[in-house]
Design a protein around this ligand. Sequence first.
Ligand code: KE4
Length: 433
Amino acid sequence: MSQPVLTATKSEQAFAKAEKVIAGGVNSPVRACKSVGATPIFIDRADGPYLHDIDGKSYIDYVGSWGPMILGHSHPRVLEALEHAIQHGTSYGAPSIGEVDLAELVCRLVPSMEMVRMVCSGTEACMSAIRLARAYTKRKMVIKFDGCYHGHADSFLVRAGSGLATLGIASSPGVPEEISKLTLSLPYNDLEAVKKAFEKFPQEIACIIVEPIVGNSGLILPKEGYLAGLRELATKYGALLILDEVMTGFRVSAGGAQKLYNITPDLTCLGKIIGGGLPVGAYGGRKEIMEMIAPLGPVYQAGTLAGNPLSMAAGLAQLKSLSPSGTYEKLEFLTKRLADGLIACQSKTKVPFQVVSVCGMISVFFTDKPVVDLESAMTSNTERFGKFWRKMIDSGTYWPPSQFESAFISLVHSNRDIDETISAFEQAVSQLD
Ligand code: KE4
């Protein structure tokens, strides 16, 4: 009997076309699904907690555009704001009131941000923040942490997380040694390592930049006292503390991780949620530091589409929709429901895995070790994660396609969605060996 002819899916056909004209067939590496042994699914549209691909298949989405879609996709209030804004044009290259409205709201919700500057990505926000820290302190060195990802600016591509960890890249070619040697990448959750760095370079470290809750190694929580320790050391040695809240800002609480852990940074980086799904980033902090930014001061940073009226409109609509009381309690409840359900599956399989969660974010590490830093995260069995991912996608659950990324829960994931995910997860892990 002749073998059935397997015709390529529309996504496979689209990917084959994409690979001819887009490097790697994707516009951001992690989307290529290489580390999970799959070809990417091309999305046709998204609504609420669901993605719908070009082959007509639907998925419960736990990527959420890597964080922005906290209200779910195509939220009516965000779409309405965009439909209104687009009637006024798409970009002016001149100030618009939406920039002021969003800036005022961000500064109100994040009191450490006395002044802010909008940019177009988290990378730009973090890149600009360390330039500002270097100018303000007149120092050159930067402390970051293994497995933390602050975008793809040269100074950050040293033992970073996200796509580098996914692809096993320690740091990127093309970054001159003269630049990378100014970046000290230390183990996360290890205060002793930071103390030693400051003792070695007491006058040379401009800043510490850290994901207060790490999302780019998979999810890793700060140990008790860790963030307070970073704050104390930065102050003691005259370095700035920069919290990269591009992922955690307005996700883990109304005021981000800094509110959750009661830490006051000198500068904060934001992105993702404040754009409602449109290109955005922001950095801000103490007024005396931010006043060094051009045109007020000598530190240059600029951008054609910074403060774009559509991004501002979508971001403002999204942030305002997060303000009702009970919002984060609901997100916390949904996250805990999922986390508890996944943990309960441990009795259904001989395969060891760890579940780490915080309001709106969750990760599953296929290792028997507690995950407290990149090194322990790397003990995960990535091949097993790949098998898990392929079983989940076949069941209609779109989990992040990397062991070293966090999953995101939206406010519109229903109890039913969560329970379906737990069932899919139980089935997937019970079939792993
Ligand atoms: P963007 O330049 O991608 O907007 O932001 C960079 C960035 C900075 N800081 C943190 C804490 C981040 O998580 C990010 C970007 N996150 C990744 C997800 N792990 C973006 C996804 C991708 O690169 O495709």
